[in-house]
Unconditional design. Structure first.
Lengths: 280, 462
């Protein structure tokens, strides 16, 4: 290209070609009064804040608009007396809950009251065992939280409160640790993703057997989701890098040394982890 | 008077129009009959014929000038419509589509709009010059069209100095622009006029020098003869012998016609509209009319000089001889006698009904009348197509006109395409390009062509 760019008039010629392609392409104009474009039912036009005659904002920060907003674009923020910016609308976990609820509402399914279920009492037996194993040591919070996550599938509020009570660590400290590690989640239903390369090379290296095992364990084929919604089974691309074993990934991370049995165990453990132990 | 006024007032508007026309028709018929009988009209016609025969050159010139003047109007409207539609298409838009089918009448309505606007002369303007300026600009364009050969035998004035005449007359455009700029009594207009003059005079040089190579090859200045020299297959066109000249000519023509990327005379989006700042209404319209006629003329001249004029790109006769096919679509209308009348009276309605039947049967939602109307339109389209093909096969003029207009409008399309694509150049780049590059390359082209001609003569002499 650089050699061609040196020809005088080459850029002009390319521009002419560009517009000529536009000339032949279908047109984007919408004949408005006759032809009305499909607009999403969520569309509410341009959002503006109203002012009264005196020029004061009419908004009273009641957040009813933010609650009602189906696509959750409305949010309100401001500065406090020390000029620190902060959102008025709740902490992040409440955001996530709202978002989840909204997704359910949009898809037309019944909406469970997550803000209530997150606080529901849980079976504290397994948690107590973990705490005993860690000797109620607040310095081993990361390990405690990881094992709690493995046990319950996520970190229920009740479990965090119990850890705080039992170890003496502040709730905010536990919350801070839990929110700063990406493998720890406050919400149930984190969908794991098992990837398998479907290329001929990986299949010859044993990918076929792994695939059969995963299909049996997940009850779904590549491109599907396990019936309980805990694991997604997707195709990945090894890009020809597989030399002596097929490429299997878990949440995008390659899992070396995978065999059919190990794959079955992985899938079953993932499904078991998502089975909400400790819940009635 | 009430004997006349009362029934007259009872007439509807249509009646008030039709009744005088009927009266006029009756009077004309009676007058013509009586005049014919007493020998007045044949005598007048005879004198008229003698006058025309005595002054055939003047009559021919007047007819050609009138015809050319009339031809420019539809041509300009078509180009304005093309400009709107093609630029819209280049920008992924639809363009005008409200007035007429596909918006084809929009340029006509633009014309009406311009006519309806106030024709304003500013205080302090030099009124006669201000009024004459658009006329001079427009007439310069129209007069230049006079020597363009449209088809074999279809040329306004076949001069032996046609090309010289063309450049001399089309160079008058700049006088009109200067008149407009000077007489507006506005410093912006004056500056715009001077800018336009500077640009057009600068590009006049390469525009004149580029075809010199063609003139040397053709050995004539007559545009008709230049076209005749290029007859045959498309590789006989001068563009393949003078590609450099064509490129220079085309660039200079773009500047000469004030087209993008050289439309600095009225760069509407950047500077005040140049010499036309103080113009309004139809006087303004005439400037733009002249611009669009200029586009057509420059395209036509490019075609005539470099692309074989009205010559077809391929010569079908050897191919037809090779295939042993002979097409002779001559129809002996006189020999058909009464059958022609029957065919017109019965055949046409029968064909329309035959066309309407399948439409009616296929389109159950339409009434028979609707399908009959559609069939009538369809019949007309087919008939016009058939007549067009017959004329194309029968008359050399139609073939020539077809190829000439096809090539010319291809060039018009390229001009519009460039306008839809390219940004404007800066005024110093524009002038520098003309004086530092175009003139030199045009001169080089002349010397190389002359050298090549001498070389070939020398070689053929040995």
């Amino acid at each position: 290209m650089s050699a061609l760019n040196r020809i005088p008039g080459w850029g002009m010629a390319m521009g002419m070609v560009h517009t000529f392609v536009r000339f032949l392409q279908p047109k984007v104009t919408v004949q408005y009064p006759e032809e009305i474009q499909e607009i999403s039912p969520h569309h509410r036009g341009r959002l503006i804040l109203l002012y009264d005659e005196a020029g004061n904002l009419k908004c009273e920060t009641c957040f009813q608009c933010a609650m009602a907003c189906p696509i959750e674009v409305i949010d309100m923020g401001g500065v406090d007396t020390k000029n620190r910016f902060h959102m008025h609308w709740g902490p992040p976990e409440q955001y996530a809950e709202r978002r989840e609820e909204s997704a359910l509402r949009r898809s037309g399914r019944p909406v469970p009251d997550r803000s209530f279920t997150a606080w529901l009492p849980i079976d504290l037996g397994p948690l107590e065992e973990i705490l005993v194993a860690h000797d109620y040591d607040p310095r081993r919070l990361i390990s405690i939280l990881e094992q709690t996550q493995a046990e319950y599938g996520h970190l229920p509020v009740a479990a965090l409160q119990h850890i705080s009570h039992a170890t003496g660590a502040w709730y905010s400290e536990i919350y801070g640790i839990a929110s700063s590690f990406p493998n720890l989640a406050f919400e149930p239903g984190r969908v794991a993703e098992i990837g398998l390369c479907p290329c001929a090379n990986c299949s010859l290296l044993g990918g076929g057997r792994i695939r059969d095992a995963l299909v049996a364990a997940l009850a779904t084929d590549v491109g599907g989701v396990a019936p309980d919604g805990s694991v997604r089974f997707v195709a990945t691309e090894c890009g020809g890098d597989s030399r002596d074993e097929p490429l299997v990934t878990l949440d995008g991370q390659p899992q070396p040394g995978m065999t059919a049995d190990k794959a079955r165990e992985l899938a079953e453990s993932l499904r078991a982890a998502a089975a909400r132990p400790g819940r009635a | 008077m009430s004997v006349i006024s009362r029934p007259w007032n009872r007439l509807s508007l249509a009646g008030k129009i039709i009744l005088p026309l009927l009266l006029l028709l009756v009077l004309l018929t009676v007058g013509l009959f009586v005049g014919w009988q007493i020998g007045l009209i044949p005598g007048v016609l005879d004198i008229g014929a003698q006058l025309i025969n005595a002054n055939i050159d003047i009559v021919r010139f007047l007819l050609a000038a009138t015809a050319i003047l009339l031809v420019t109007i539809p041509v300009a409207f078509v180009i304005i419509f093309m400009e709107m539609k093609v630029i819209a298409f280049l920008a992924s838009r639809i363009g005008p589509n409200r007035t007429g089918p596909w918006g084809t009448l929009s340029s006509v309505f633009h014309g009406f709009k311009v006519l309806a606007k106030e024709d304003f002369t500013p205080t302090g303007a030099d009124a006669p010059v201000f009024t004459l300026a658009p006329i001079v600009t427009y007439l310069a364009s129209v007069m230049a069209l006079l020597v363009i050969p449209f088809a074999p035998g279809l040329v306004g004035l076949d001069m032996n100095i046609g090309l010289l005449y063309f450049f001399a007359v089309s160079g008058l455009t700049v006088v009109g622009l200067m008149m407009g700029g000077w007489s507006s009594f506005n410093k912006y207009s004056l500056l715009g006029g001077l800018r336009a003059a500077a640009q057009i005079i600068s590009y006049e040089l390469p525009l004149l020098l580029a075809p010199v190579g063609v003139i040397m090859l053709a050995g004539t200045l007559s545009l008709n003869q230049i076209v005749l020299n290029q007859s045959g297959w498309f590789w006989d066109w001068y563009v393949f012998q003078q590609p450099l000249a064509f490129i220079i000519f085309f660039i200079a023509a773009t500047a000469e016609g004030n087209r993008t990327p050289f439309d600095l005379t009225e760069a509407d989006s950047e500077i005040v509209a140049g010499f036309a700042t103080e113009y309004s209404g139809m006087r303004f319209g005439f400037f733009f009319f002249a611009e669009y006629v200029n586009v057509f003329i420059l395209s036509a001249l490019s075609v005539v000089l470099f692309f074989g004029g009205w010559n077809a790109p391929i010569d079908p006769r050897p191919i037809l001889d090779l295939l042993n096919v002979s097409i002779n679509p001559a129809i002996d209308l006189a020999g058909m006698g009464i059958w022609l009348l029957w065919g017109l009276v019965i055949g046409v309605p029968l064909l329309i009904v035959l066309l309407a039947l399948p439409i009616w049967m296929l389109k159950s939602s339409w009434s028979f009348l609707t399908s009959l109307i559609v069939a009538f339109v369809l019949f007309n389209v087919i008939a016009v197509g058939v007549i067009g093909i017959w004329m194309f096969l029968s008359f050399e003029v139609v073939v020539g006109l077809f190829w000439f207009l096809a090539k010319t409008f291809t060039f018009v399309f390229i001009f519009v395409w460039m306008r839809g694509t390219l940004p404007r150049v800066r005024i110093d780049q524009l002038m520098g390009f003309a004086w530092k590059w175009m003139v030199e390359i045009a001169l080089l082209n002349i010397f190389v062509t002359a050298g090549a001609i001498l070389l070939i003569q020398e070689l053929s002499r040995r």
